[in-house]
Design a protein around this ligand. Structure first.
Ligand SMILES: *[C@@H]1O[C@H](CO)[C@@H](O)[C@H](O)[C@H]1NC(C)=O
Ligand SMILES: *[C@@H]1O[C@H](CO)[C@@H](O)[C@H](O)[C@H]1NC(C)=O
Ligand SMILES: CC(=O)N[C@H]1CO[C@H](CO)[C@@H](O)[C@@H]1O
Length: 555
């Protein structure tokens, strides 16, 4: 593989790749990774987007909504038209003329300031079936807020300060089959609620004792729980070091999973991450679902970090079949320890672990030794040899960094600010305003001829609908390696991607329809339990190389 074809400064770049690889490998205690053995390319998109990307969500117009918090002090981006936030309840700057949210246009590589009134700090979100981002909770005057952002030209946030029944700070949201959101937990909240409410009289929160049971007395190690909608309609909820299968309609526990081997915490502030692995064989009666949990920080890391003792992060992942009536964790070892790692499901079903640190924990000033190399996890590979170390970035992304998949298959990477305010000087990890993209090796120009090109407009589809996709491939088509996948773009914050979901649609009958062009029939998922309503990215994958996605809305 060569890196010389699509860079303006090929030799400089090649040199830098080797340099950074060697530098990172030293502190990861890995053998130096040859550039050619790694994979993927980094691209600096913006030297500054003016704010810290603490939260990110891709919307179906290929714009990304990004925000941090209002009580960070002044950001590096002024609000347009001399607008200012004069909010007497604000804790830091009561007359603030800077932005704390932006909308990034992927195609144009440009961004514009958005206006948030109340504090969005450590909040949560999900996208509703019509494509509106609903973001909930935060801090101070924003702790019960529900804010919505509907993509349209020059649109902005709308806020309802009393949209939630209780304060939600570090909660997790999930979209439900009926299109509502469930909002689970948050600091000192051992309960959940729904949005929207049934009616104006609906004042119900529902208790979830599991969150109390996983609430470490010393450190709340159960925040931002990892929540996934299982294929049976129940919610898999992982907090601290264990998980349950929860029926949110009846408030009953359907299954208790074994504690993850080793018993170490994986959720905030021990911040590992988790994904629901690709859902396959969707039409089969005994459909399986698996969850992968990776990284985190051993119990006690937070207390030790307070005294300047930054201990090694966890280097293990646990994989479990959550649909199994007698489930067992299978443990795997990562190439290094990693905390605050994001996990991004790629269109071909592999998982990219990106961002984070090898020592310490989440929380202000508590991460050390950033891990600059992403790890590629080959989902369908042989246990024990699923990891591949990728080419490194040169930008540390520690606490408050983010990563999400884009429609073209790149991964957008931003954020990092382990400080209580914006801090650029005389600190170990300056506040990071740069925006980057990581291109997994499937985007390498050498795969251009293998890459499918979907020839179709964006679509609205129904459950169980048969869909014919036309696509082109210039290399010889390997028919039995054509796959069609659909990905729900997640809400990413604090190393967890809420609502992230990939479904593999079984292709039948790949046929020639002309020179170098083909058609494939797929059946859309049969129910909203498999795929909650809303916008998905649909990809045709050929020999593990994905097309650019097209947006489909399933209703
Ligand atoms: C942000 O603004 C501060 C204060 O004006 C300045 O010192 C700093 O260099 C800026 N940082 C970036 C990355 O633009
Ligand atoms: C830089 O930080 C160190 C340790 O926090 C402090 O002792 C020193 O005074 C700071 N230097 C400047 C120029 O602010
Ligand atoms: C039981 C079953 O049908 N398993 C299949 C699930 O899908 C994968 C790939 O899509 C097949 O390899 C399995 O045989």
């Amino acid at each position: 593989m060569t890196y010389t074809t699509h860079f303006q400064l090929p030799f400089l770049h090649y040199f830098l790749v080797i340099l950074f690889t060697a530098a990172t490998a030293t502190f990861l205690q890995l053998p130096p990774v040859e550039a050619a053995d790694g994979g993927g390319e980094w691209q600096l998109l913006q030297k500054s987007i003016g704010i810290v990307a603490m939260h990110m969500q891709l919307l179906h117009n290929d714009h990304v909504v990004i925000f941090d918090r209002t009580n960070f002090g002044l950001s590096n981006l002024s609000l347009p038209n001399a607008r200012c936030r004069r909010n007497p309840r604000e804790m830091v700057v009561k007359n603030d003329c800077t932005a704390h949210s932006v909308e990034y246009d992927v195609a144009a590589n440009s961004y514009r300031a958005l206006f948030v009134e109340t504090d969005t700090w450590c909040s949560s979100g999900a996208v509703t079936p019509d494509g509106t981002l609903v973001q909930t909770g935060g801090f101070n005057d924003g702790e019960r807020a529900v804010r919505t952002f509907t993509p349209c030209p020059n649109c902005d946030w709308r806020e309802n300060e009393n949209g939630l029944l209780v304060r939600r700070w570090y909660a997790t949201n999930h979209i439900l089959p009926d299109g509502r959101l469930i909002i689970i937990g948050g600091t000192s909240q051992f309960n959940y609620e729904f949005y929207p409410k049934k009616d104006a009289m609906d004042s119900n929160t529902y208790t979830l004792p599991f969150l109390q049971q996983t609430n470490d007395p010393l450190v709340e190690n159960n925040l931002y729980p990892f929540v996934f909608l299982n294929v049976d309609g129940n919610l898999f909820i992982f907090a601290n070091n264990r998980a349950i299968l929860f029926n949110y309609q009846k408030s009953t526990i359907e299954r208790t999973y074994p504690t993850i081997p080793g018993g170490e915490p994986r959720s905030y502030p021990s911040t590992g991450s988790a994904v629901l692995l690709p859902l396959r064989n969707l039409s089969k009666p005994n459909l399986e679902a698996e969850v992968l949990v990776c990284g985190g920080a051993p119990r006690g890391s937070f207390e030790k970090a307070k005294t300047g003792n930054f201990i090694p992060a966890l280097n293990t992942c646990g994989r479990i079949t959550i649909t199994d009536s007698n489930p067992k964790w299978e443990m795997e070892t990562m190439p290094s320890g990693r905390v605050m790692n994001d996990m991004v499901i790629l269109p071909n079903g592999n998982v990219l672990l990106i961002n984070g640190a090898a020592l310490g924990t989440a929380g202000w000033e508590f991460g050390r030794e950033p891990v600059l190399n992403p790890f590629l996890y080959k989902t369908y590979g042989r246990a024990g040899s699923r990891f591949e170390v990728q080419n490194p970035s040169n930008i540390p992304r520690v606490y408050h960094s983010t990563a999400i998949l884009l429609r073209d298959g790149r991964v957008l990477v931003a954020g990092s600010n382990p400080h209580g305010g914006y801090s650029f000087n005389n600190v170990t990890f300056p506040t990071e305003l740069r925006l980057e993209a990581f291109s997994p090796s499937y985007l390498d120009p050498s795969f251009e001829d293998v890459r499918p090109k979907i020839i179709a407009p964006a679509l609205q589809v129904k459950y169980g609908q048969k869909l014919t996709l036309r696509f082109g491939v210039t290399a010889a088509l390997v028919r039995n390696s054509v796959a069609v996948t659909m990905v729900a773009p997640p809400f990413n914050t604090h190393s967890f991607s809420m609502n992230q979901r990939l479904l593999v649609l079984e292709p039948s009958d790949v046929r020639d329809v002309g020179k170098l062009s083909y058609e494939v029939d797929v059946t859309m998922p049969g129910s909203a339990v498999l795929a909650p309503p809303g916008f998905y990215l649909l990809f045709v994958v050929h020999q593990e190389v994905p097309s650019h996605g097209i947006w489909v809305q399933i209703l």
